[in-house]
Design a protein around this ligand. Structure first.
Ligand SMILES: C[S@@+](CC[C@H](N)C(=O)[O-])C[C@H]1O[C@@H](n2cnc3c(N)ncnc32)[C@H](O)[C@@H]1O
Length: 418
């Protein structure tokens, strides 16, 4: 996604496999010294905020997952990094890794459970040697870069893989990894990051450094304490899709091995605050009521609840709770977004449809209805991609409740605060 200022309007250009789409977000942007502020309430690893920063906007984001928030912070900090210092740390690590390190006892972080050993023994020794080096780095920004480098490659030399959900390699038909050049892999990642940071610094070089770049590692719904009302010009975001992709479980290795959580109750707190929750979290609860009026959705949820009743929580009953919770959370998200946006401020929300127990749910159009309900006008709905790939729900039983030939797609819903 690229953001540009054209004729006093912020224009978002989205490239898709089927062509180039231009989404004109009509955002009140005054000329002169004024600099618009861009919000991503579900910042993930910070792609949108980084692009906004590179285009000279004030940026503010929220991300509940501590690992994703860490990756985002590293990107937003890139302009301030002392490259010579970073390169010196990388060289020290290279020299350190070339020495032999006495094998440590096999241990995993407290609370981190895995069905099979997460790392094989020779890999575990190297991982501990790396962690010892990393924990000795005093400069917090450089230490963060090392943490993200490790977090982004650690699964590649583990006995797990992303399929796209985290599963054991044997379950995915892949062999156990007995040994690997862990230090070499981390060093390659670090060098890639050094060249990315150099590129960002070159790009930013022409801009003055007075703009704000902020990522909050917290629930966007609790943003009242840090983000003033009516302060955001443009919101660009992609909330969790209704595909039960379990962000918390899938980042368990990074969260535990980087000491970002310390026990499973920390994960529970994250799961409860995640938008849409997860099917696993809500399936066994009593029927969850809808928190807003939407007769068509209500009817659809009743139909869903009556689908494959014999399967209990694994059939329609469990999934109806998931769908209801997802849209209740969308309602809370849009209500919070309305508070943050200025009058006439614009939101661009990228979202995909879902197929649950054989029922297609046009998430984008229900989201647009909810937006109207909370006081936005819908100024555009643009299909940006069809045949979306990578959604775990497409490969799971939830798709096969009935024969449904619907395909998956993504929309950009453009809304404006009245
Ligand atoms: C679809 S991803 C965003 C991807 C992002 N656009 C990127 O390029 O990396 C949705 C993100 O929302 C985060 N999230 C879920 N619930 C949240 C909440 N209540 N507050 C803030 N972030 C949340 C998830 O952890 C996840 O990283």
């Amino acid at each position: 996604m690229i953001m540009r200022l054209i004729h006093g309007k912020i224009v978002i250009i989205q490239r898709s496999p089927t062509g180039l789409y231009t989404l004109t977000a009509v955002c009140p942007y005054s000329k002169g010294k004024y600099r618009a502020s861009i919000l991503d309430p579900f910042a993930g690893a910070g792609t949108t905020l980084t692009v906004a920063m590179l285009n000279g906007f004030h940026t503010v984001g929220f991300e509940i997952n501590p690992y994703a928030a860490l990756a985002c912070r590293v990107k937003l900090n890139a302009p301030l990094i002392d490259l010579k210092e970073l390169e010196a740390f990388c060289e020290n690590y290279r020299l350190y890794s070339a020495k032999s390190h006495s094998p440590v006892r096999n241990w995993s972080p407290d609370g981190f459970k895995s069905r099979i050993p997460f790392f094989s023994q020779h890999i575990m020794w190297q991982v501990h040697a790396f962690l010892e080096f990393m924990n000795g780095i005093q400069d917090p920004d450089i230490a963060d870069i090392f943490r993200v480098a490790f977090g982004s490659v650690m699964v590649s030399f583990s006995n797990y893989s992303y399929e796209p959900s985290l599963s054991t390699r044997p379950a995915a038909g892949k062999p156990i990894i007995k040994n690997a050049d862990v230090h070499g892999i981390i060093l390659r990642k670090l060098h890639e990051m050094v060249s990315d940071i150099r590129w960002v610094k070159d790009e930013i070089g022409n801009l003055d450094n007075t703009y704000q770049r902020q990522i909050y590692n917290q629930d966007f719904m609790a943003s009242k304490s840090c983000l003033p009302a009516n302060s955001v010009d443009l919101m660009v975001t992609s909330p969790p899709y209704m595909n039960n992709y379990h962000y918390v479980r899938n980042t368990r290795p990074q969260l535990f091995w980087l000491s970002l959580v310390s026990c499973s109750s920390d994960l529970k707190i994250l799961e409860e605050a995640n938008v849409g929750k997860f099917w696993q979290t809500v399936r066994g609860k009593a029927p969850i009521p809808m928190g807003f009026e939407h007769p068509a959705l209500q009817k659809m949820i009743i139909t869903l609840r009556n689908t494959r009743r014999e399967k209990g929580v694994y059939g329609g009953a469990g999934w109806a709770n998931y769908v209801t919770t997802y849209f209740n959370d969308c309602h809370r998200f849009l209500t919070t977004a309305k508070r943050c946006l200025k009058r006439r401020g614009v939101g661009v929300i990228v979202i995909g449809n879902s197929i649950i127990q054989g029922h297609e749910i046009k998430t984008e159009s229900i989201l647009a209805d909810i937006a109207k309900h909370v006081g936005f006008e819908v100024v555009g709905m643009q299909c940006i991609r069809t045949k979306r790939v990578g959604a775990s729900i497409t490969q799971s039983a939830v798709r096969y409740g009935q024969n449904n030939r619907a395909t998956l797609y993504e929309y950009a819903a453009i809304i404006r605060k009245k």
